[in-house]
Design a protein around this ligand. Structure first.
Ligand SMILES: [Zn+2]
Length: 199
């Protein structure tokens, strides 16, 4: 399906780091919930009260209700993340039931991880149709440190980009002659135009 090709889940680096710490700390499974922004960005992951075993984590309705009542943005809590501990990453029957239990009018992002740093991500929607997009790429959003200006200054100070001069060679094609290259700034020339002259 075409819509799946560009679909990916993004997650804040901060949220991902918390998930890995909790995954390491838990002997077996654990669950947490996160918010989802409009551009499918998971953030602000938080733990709720839970009783876990080596192979299960209960999403207790009472604990969930308490969590949502005290959450500053309960309407944005649309991500459920849980760990399988030392087991593989897959959607168990219990996971499927849990996802159905979290059905809402927008969407639900689910991520399952394990101690080997493996993960699996999916998006479920219930309206207007029930759809599941599974095995989606998970992209970590690094915090913007405002380094663009500094990087640009250092790049210009240290990097000279040479534009290759294209010359016809004996095979009738073209090859690059680095010896005749000139320092070039402001992007590469349009090779298609240069090549057209030699055809
Ligand atoms: Zn599971």
């Amino acid at each position: 399906m075409k819509v799946k090709q560009n679909l990916r889940v993004r997650i804040d680096a901060d949220a991902m780091e918390r998930i890995w710490h909790w995954t390491d700390l838990a002997a077996g499974e654990f669950s947490c919930l996160g918010t989802v922004a409009d551009d499918i960005l998971v953030g602000d992951v938080r733990l709720f009260d839970q009783i876990c075993t080596a192979a299960s984590t209960e999403l207790d309705q009472e604990a969930l209700a308490k969590f949502l009542v005290t959450h500053p943005q309960p309407e944005h809590v649309r991500a459920w993340i849980h760990s399988h501990g030392r087991l593989g990453v897959f959607w168990s029957q219990q996971d499927e039931a849990c996802i159905e239990g979290l059905a809402n009018e927008a969407c639900l992002i689910s991520i399952v991880v394990n101690k080997k740093r493996e993960w699996k991500a999916r998006i479920d929607v219930w309206q207007p149709f029930r759809l599941t997009f599974d095995d989606l790429p998970l992209e970590i959003r690094l915090p913007d440190q405002n380094l663009r200006g500094e990087c640009e200054r250092l790049f210009n100070a240290h990097v000279v980009e040479m534009a290759p001069v294209l010359m016809p060679d004996w095979r009738g094609g073209v090859r690059q002659q680095q010896q005749q290259s000139q320092p070039y700034r402001g992007g590469w020339p349009d090779f298609d135009d240069d090549l057209a002259d030699w055809r």
